[in-house]
Design a binder for this molecule. Structure first.
Ligand code: GLV
Ligand code: MN
Ligand code: MN
Length: 408
């Protein structure tokens, strides 16, 4: 019954609401922080309560399985980690919905032909180590484990230090056990007018660090004409990024900056910024970043500074399995099929197995901010939709493992 489901959703959601919550209502749930570890403990408890054995892949990702005891079959889930002061729904909604969808199916007496595995992927936001979808990249071999182990957080701790080992890296035979991945996620813009939708594509996107070097000096005594002020080059770069994105219908954001020495009465010696750039296709994104780097370099020449761009995390355009998206949209009652500018582990996994995403309506379109929201009714509709999808896919496998052929 829908009212029972609403009740269960509210009950489970309330268990998470205090974990890693900052006074502004946003969340500080960085990968392997105490808050995120508490969420992992919660994952273990939820799995135990449902008799679902939990395994890890040696990359920080967790898997709880309902089925023959081995992870495999249909994979669903999302991530626990957040951006700094992020919303409650981005990530955890997919994991909570997955466990509740298992409950819905069990209450109907459903027995999966193929296992249903619930995943919690590590460091999806890349807020701690700078590379988005780090856990799913490691699992699928999209990043070298030694490179990942050497990534450092803002305190200078490396991933290797935090884990105590170099992550395992690619596990192709583990990935091959899954027929499909379906990630439920709150929609992160204002694009979805119905409670639930299906994703068609993810815009290509990436993060570039840019380092501007100048000359530190006295704010009161240095003639304006003598200055080599990196803040000017930085400011120009931010404005130019905005312009290049607007010209191409893309998105560009500089949401993080560090200034050395960060003193009111000193011209900085260096400014480091991080550009997040996205566009509808790979060519447009590449052209946008290239044009920006060219303009910023010219400007640095005029400012007497030097600027260097370094790609920290890039993800190409993702087109989800069209047949699967259409099948799920029909199954759910002709719900909308829409692209997104937000990145997801589903994008990484889609290169390896049939992958789909379900979106739950975001009434305000706000995300990556404390005000992110979704109504309880829409979240319950999301759980029912996911249950329907898991029922369909775990009863009728997409991949014939004997022939290794993906079915539409
Ligand atoms: C993750 O949510 C991203 O799109 O950066
Ligand atoms: Mn996010
Ligand atoms: Mn997310």
């Amino acid at each position: 019954m829908v009212s029972d489901l609403l009740h269960s959703f509210r009950e489970v959601w309330a268990q998470l609401s205090g974990i890693g919550r900052a006074p502004d209502g946003g969340y500080l749930r960085f990968a392997w922080s105490p808050a995120e570890i508490e969420l992992r403990d919660w994952f273990h408890a939820q799995a135990a309560a449902r008799d679902m054995p939990v395994t890890s892949d040696g990359n920080g990702n967790l898997f709880a399985t309902w089925g023959d005891g081995e992870p495999g079959g249909v994979l669903t889930g999302s991530h626990f980690d957040s951006v700094p002061h992020g919303g409650a729904y981005d990530g955890p909604l997919g994991i909570v919905s997955a466990f509740l969808a298992v409950d819905v199916l069990r209450s109907r007496g459903f027995q999966p032909v193929r296992a249903i595995t619930v995943a919690a992927f590590a460091e999806e936001e890349g807020s701690r180590f700078g590379v988005a979808c780090l856990g799913s990249r490691l699992l699928t071999g999209a990043i070298d484990p030694e490179r990942a182990a050497a990534l450092t957080d803002r305190d200078g701790l490396s991933l290797g230090d935090v884990l105590g080992v170099v992550p395992h890296g690619a596990r192709p035979s583990f990935v091959a056990r899954f027929d499909a991945y379906v990630e439920l996620h709150v929609e992160q813009g204002r694009a979805l007018g119905s409670p639930v939708g299906v994703a068609s594509a993810i815009w290509p996107h990436g993060r570039w660090r840019f380092d501007v070097e100048g000359e530190g000096n006295h704010a009161g005594t240095t003639l304006m004409s003598d200055r080599r002020d990196p803040m000017l080059t930085y400011a120009f770069t931010v404005l130019a990024a905005n312009k290049e994105a607007r010209l191409r219908g893309g998105h560009a954001t500089v949401g993080r900056v560090e200034v050395v020495p960060n003193a009111t009465n000193a011209i900085p010696s260096g400014v480091r910024g991080w550009l997040d750039a996205r566009a509808a296709d790979d060519e447009t994104l590449a052209a946008m970043v290239e044009a920006l780097a060219k303009k910023a370099t010219e400007r640095a020449g005029r400012d007497g500074t030097a600027i260097r761009f370094t790609a920290e995390s890039t993800t190409g355009e993702v087109r989800f399995d069209e047949g699967l998206a259409a099948r799920l949209a029909t199954l759910l009652g002709d719900v909308p099929v829409l692209p997104t500018g937000a990145g997801h582990d589903a994008g990484v996994l889609s290169a390896h197995l049939p992958t789909a995403m379900l979106f739950v309506r975001n009434p305000t379109g706000v995300s990556h901010a404390p005000a992110e929201s979704a109504t309880d009714d829409d979240c319950a509709a999301g759980v029912l939709a996911l249950a329907r999808v898991l029922e369909e896919l775990s009863g009728r496998p997409l991949v014939d493992h004997d022939e290794g052929v993906a079915r539409a």
